[in-house]
Ligand binder design. Sequence first.
Ligand code: ADP
Ligand code: MG
Length: 397
Amino acid sequence: MNIHEYQAKELFASYGIPVPKGYAINDRNGIESALAKFGDNEAIVVKSQIHAGGRGKGTFTTGYKGGVKVCKTKEDAKAAAEAMLGNILVTHQTGAAGRKVNTLYFTEASKIQKEYYLAIVMDRSSSKPVIIASTEGGVDIETVAEHTPEKLVKVFINPSLGIRPHQARQVAFALGFKGDTQKQCIKLLTSLYKFFWENDCSQVEINPLITTPEGNLVALDAKVNFDDNALYRHEKIVALRDFNEEDSKEIEASKFSLSYIALDGNIACMVNGAGLAMSTMDIIKQHGGEPANFLDVGGGATEAQVTAAFNIILSDKNVKGILVNIFGGIMKCDIIANGVIAAARNVKISVPLVVRLEGTNVKEGKELLSGSGLPLVTADSLDDAASKIVKLVKSAA
Ligand code: ADP
Ligand code: MG
């Protein structure tokens, strides 16, 4: 689960991580009163709150440039806020469709001496949190990693021990901090790690972390992701979820405990098991098609879940065909076949449907499908199924 920058900064502040003061609004009527909280000669930064980075260099579909604006006067800040709120911002992370800005964050502008990069992410290959830091902040870290990997410092943390003082010093030295700034960096790293660990984060990123001319460290941006599997023990964090930022089909799927991820293609898949779902997507691509989604209905899918899955798939206007790929293990093929038939009768399916069943009671399952009178195509293997659905979709186009 992702949260907004302003929410992340409030959490950071509660861990003693220095952030500029700021106020979030989600209504035009709130602009004036938020600006009234700043001094008359204070520069103000107006920041679009969307769950995507690259806002500073983004462009609104209205043509207005910049989802983050440093404004010298309140008039400028008001104009920037009015140009952003309610409009669609496109950045290199949003895709061409962009994201609607429903929330704005006004923060005090900091004087920037230098921008740095700092993150803690869960490294899956070593099963350890890793601190990633760089003197090259404010820019795309992927670019730094590709062109100047020597400018990235990585320090792996033993999760049983937590961050050790020498590890915090190692990062502070690598960033070239001296004197009091170095002490601030060590303190900040310790607090950031504590935040990461206690909240089951999968990623925290501060880009940029800055030094002010006085040598103070401030987190100017904040990106935080939480591990969904641990959310059950973080009620306060769950409350920060912003449904505006999520795909409505994915929200609907989560109500039925279906693992669904929307993709850009036109062949929808309905599969039991995440691994089988991944290979189904692969084989569709291998036959020259594009999957419209990842969908795992789980090992013991009920008729209600299969019906919900069909509804979600069909609410995607890009879908031009459906491939159902079920491996009957504990779940028997005849039960699945009945679920598919009942669901297909409940939901009007207007696109080609290919069903491939394999495993326990496959014979009974196939008989049920062919006797159902539904306009579906059965397939004998995954390869056969993928080839059939790709052909059907292409011939209908
Ligand atoms: P994004 O990463 O989505 O583009 P950032 O919050 O990193 O958004 O803002 C982009 C740039 O705007 C920063 O790299 C920084 O140079 C500038 N900036 C952001 N917040 C402030 C601030 N409070 N004071 C001064 N400059 C800021
Ligand atoms: Mg940033």
